[in-house]
Design a protein around this ligand. Structure first.
Ligand SMILES: NC(=O)NCCC(=O)O
Ligand SMILES: [Zn+2]
Ligand SMILES: [Zn+2]
Length: 540
C-alpha cells in the first residue's frame, strides 16, 4: 500500500458504542492521532493533509464482518467471491475487516488449512482480515495444532460444525474435547448449531416424498433442529466453562435458547446475520427455481415472517451480540448442481457489501436501536470478543484508522426537486441506496436483498488511514489488506471464565470417614445372588 496519507475528517459526529460527539479526527500513518474540536489550524490545512468534510455525517468505526467464506471450496464448487472481489465489495459497504474460516478436511491438518487460506488471502485482500479455524475431527494432533495456531499464528477462535454429516460434522465428545482445549489455550469455541443426524434423515424423507426442490432444504431442517443443537452446544460449553459463540443464528427458537442461557449467566454470544435479520424463508417456495436456490443456506432462512424483527429486537437489547453475513456466494450455474436434488445445492448467500446498510435500515431507521448500538453490533462487540479491541472497533487515539463516513439522512442534499445522480455501479437517489445485483460489487449474479431500500449509506471508507472507497470509486489494490493476528484470553470473555474457575470449581464435602460395615465386592453376580439381593432389600 502507498504511504498512508494524512487525513483530517472534519466536523462529523463521531460515533462509538458508548458515546457520540461532534469532533474532528486526525489520521496519520494509518492510525487515529487526535480527536477533538477544531483540529484544523486557522490558516488552513498544511501541505500533505487532506481534509474530508463530514459535517452533518456520522463518522463510524469500519464494520467488522465476523463470518465470511471467500473462495471456499464447498459442496463440489467454490464460492465465487474470492478474497479480492469479496473484500472490495466489503469496503464499498463500509466493512473494513472480515473474519473468514480456514476449514480442513476430516483427517487434515489445521495448520496446513490455515496456511492454505493465508496463501489465498494475502495477495488478494483489499481490507484487513483474520481467520477462524474449523475443527472437523479430533485427535492428539488436532489438539496440538490448536495450541500452535494460538501461540504462533494469531488464531483465537475455533469453529465446530454440528451439521454436514460425514463432511465436517463432529460429535458431542469431540466437541467436549475441543471446547476443553479452547478453554486451556484461551480461545473461543464457535459452533454451527444444527443436528446433522436429524437433517440427514429428514433429507431422505423429503426426497422419498418426491420433494427435490429448494423447499426440501428448509423442510428437513426445521427450527427445532437448530434450537436443539444450540442448547446442546451451550450445555457442553458450560460443562467445561468455555466461552461459546453461536454463528449464524437463523431462528427465533435458537435465539430464545441463547437469550435464556445468557440470562442464566452463561458466557455465550449469538451472531445473527444480515440475511436472518432482514429476509425470510418463504423464498424457498418461489416458483422460480433459481430464486429459491439462491436463498439456500444452512441453517435455512425461516418461513416464519416475524423472524427478522424478532432477531433484530434481541440484537438491540443484547440478547444477541454481533453481526456477520456468512457471505458464501455461488452463481446460478453453481447452485444448479442441485437442480434435481436440493441436498446438492451449494449452501450460501451474499451479504458482505450489504450488511451495514441492511442493519442500519432494519435496526436504526426502524427505531429498534440507536447509532451507538449499531456500532456495537457491527464492529465493537466483535473486536472485543475476538480480541481486536481497541485497535479495531473504536475511533480513539491510537486505534487503526478504519473509518466510515456515513450518511444517515435520506434527503439532506435536496434543494427543490429530486437530486438524482448515478455514480459508477452504485445507484443513489437522494442518498437512499436500493440494493441490486445489477449495481453491487459482489461477484455473485444474484442478491438476496434485491430491491431493498436503505437509508444509511457509506460515503467514504478509510482503511488503515487510506481512503479506499469514495463516491463509488475504489483506490485500492489487491494485497493492500493485512492479516491481523489475535491474542488468546480476550479479557472481554475470559475475565468471567477465569474467576469462575477460581470460585465455582466444586470442592468435596469435609466429613468424618464412614466407619460402618462394607459389603464384600463380588467380581461376578450370579442369578442366585441377584435374587437373594432382591429378597434382602424387600425384607430387611
Ligand atoms: N452457511 C452456509 O450455508 N454456507 C457456508 C458454510 C457454513 O457456514 O455453514
Ligand atoms: Zn455454518
Ligand atoms: Zn459460515
Amino acid at each position: 500500500m502507498a504511504a498512508p496519507s494524512r487525513l483530517l475528517i472534519r466536523g462529523g459526529r463521531v460515533v462509538n458504542d458508548d458515546f457520540s460527539e461532534v469532533a474532528d479526527v486526525l489520521v496519520e500513518d494509518g492510525v487515529v492521532r487526535a480527536l477533538g474540536r477544531d483540529l484544523l489550524p486557522p490558516r488552513g490545512p498544511p501541505s500533505g493533509l487532506r481534509v474530508l468534510d463530514a459535517a452533518g455525517k456520522l463518522v463510524l468505526p469500519g464494520g467488522i464482518d465476523t463470518h465470511t467464506h471467500m473462495q471456499f471450496p464447498f459442496m463440489g464448487s467454490q464460492s465465487i467471491d474470492d478474497f479480492h472481489q469479496g473484500t472490495k465489495a466489503a469496503l464499498a459497504g463500509g466493512t473494513t475487516m472480515i473474519l473468514d474460516f480456514a476449514v480442513p478436511q476430516k483427517g487434515g491438518s489445521l495448520i496446513e488449512a490455515f496456511e492454505t487460506w493465508r496463501s489465498w488471502a494475502d495477495p488478494k485482500v483489499c481490507c484487513d482480515y483474520s481467520l477462524h479455524v474449523a475443527v472437523t475431527w479430533w485427535s492428539d494432533q488436532v489438539k496440538e495444532e490448536m495450541k500452535i495456531l494460538v501461540h504462533d499464528k494469531g488464531v483465537n477462535s475455533f469453529k465446530m460444525f454440528m451439521a454436514y454429516k460425514d463432511l465436517y460434522m463432529v460429535r458431542d465428545l469431540e466437541m467436549y474435547a475441543a471446547f476443553s482445549q479452547c478453554k486451556e489455550i484461551g480461545a473461543i469455541a464457535q459452533v454451527h448449531a444444527e443436528n446433522g443426524d436429524l437433517i440427514a434423515e429428514g433429507a431422505k424423507k423429503m426426497l422419498a416424498l418426491g420433494i427435490t426442490g429448494p423447499e426440501g432444504h428448509e423442510l428437513c431442517r426445521p427450527e427445532a433442529v437448530e434450537a436443539e443443537a444450540t442448547l446442546r452446544a451451550i450445555t457442553i460449553a458450560s460443562a467445561v466453562n468455555c466461552p461459546l459463540y453461536i454463528v449464524h443464528v437463523m431462528s427465533k427458537s435458537a435465539a430464545k435458547v441463547i437469550a435464556d442461557a445468557r440470562r442464566d449467566g452463561k458466557v455465550v454470544y449469538g451472531e445473527p446475520i444480515a440475511a436472518s435479520l432482514s429476509t425470510d424463508g418463504t423464498h424457498y417456495w418461489s416458483k422460480e427455481w433459481h430464486h429459491a436456490a439462491h436463498h439456500v443456506m444452512s441453517p435455512p432462512l425461516r418461513p416464519d415472517p416475524s423472524t427478522p424483527d424478532f432477531l433484530m429486537n434481541l440484537l438491540a437489547n443484547d440478547d444477541l451480540t454481533t453481526t456477520g453475513t456468512d457471505h458464501c456466494t455461488f452463481n446460478t450455474c453453481q447452485k444448479a448442481l442441485g437442480k434435481d436434488d436440493f441436498t446438492k445445492i451449494p449452501n450460501g448467500v451474499n451479504g458482505v457489501e450489504d450488511r451495514m446498510s441492511v442493519i442500519w435500515e432494519k435496526g436504526v431507521h426502524s427505531g429498534k436501536m440507536d447509532e451507538n448500538r449499531f456500532v456495537a453490533v457491527t464492529s465493537t462487540n466483535a473486536a472485543k470478543i475476538f480480541n481486536l479491541y481497541p485497535r479495531k472497533g473504536r475511533i480513539a487515539v491510537g486505534s487503526d484508522a478504519d473509518i466510515v463516513i456515513w450518511d444517515p439522512k435520506a434527503t439532506r442534499f435536496k434543494k427543490g426537486g429530486i437530486r438524482h445522480f448515478q455514480i459508477p455501479r452504485l445507484q443513489i437517489v437522494n442518498h437512499i441506496v436500493t440494493i441490486s445485483a445489477k449495481t453491487h460489487h459482489q461477484a455473485v449474479n444474484f442478491n438476496i436483498f434485491e430491491g431493498m431500500v436503505c437509508h444509511g449509506v457509506p460515503l467514504v471508507t478509510i482503511s488503515r488511514g487510506k481512503v479506499v472507497y469514495e463516491a463509488g470509486v475504489f483506490s485500492v489494490t489487491a494485497g493492500d489488506g493485512k492479516f491481523i493476528p489475535r491474542k488468546p484470553f480476550a479479557e472481554y470473555i475470559y475475565k468471567r471464565i477465569k474467576q469462575r474457575d477460581q470460585t465455582c470449581t466444586p470442592t468435596p464435602v469435609e466429613r468424618a470417614p464412614y466407619k460402618g460395615e462394607v459389603t464384600t465386592q463380588k467380581s461376578r453376580v450370579t442369578k442366585e445372588d441377584a435374587t437373594a439381593g432382591t429378597r434382602k432389600q424387600a425384607h430387611p
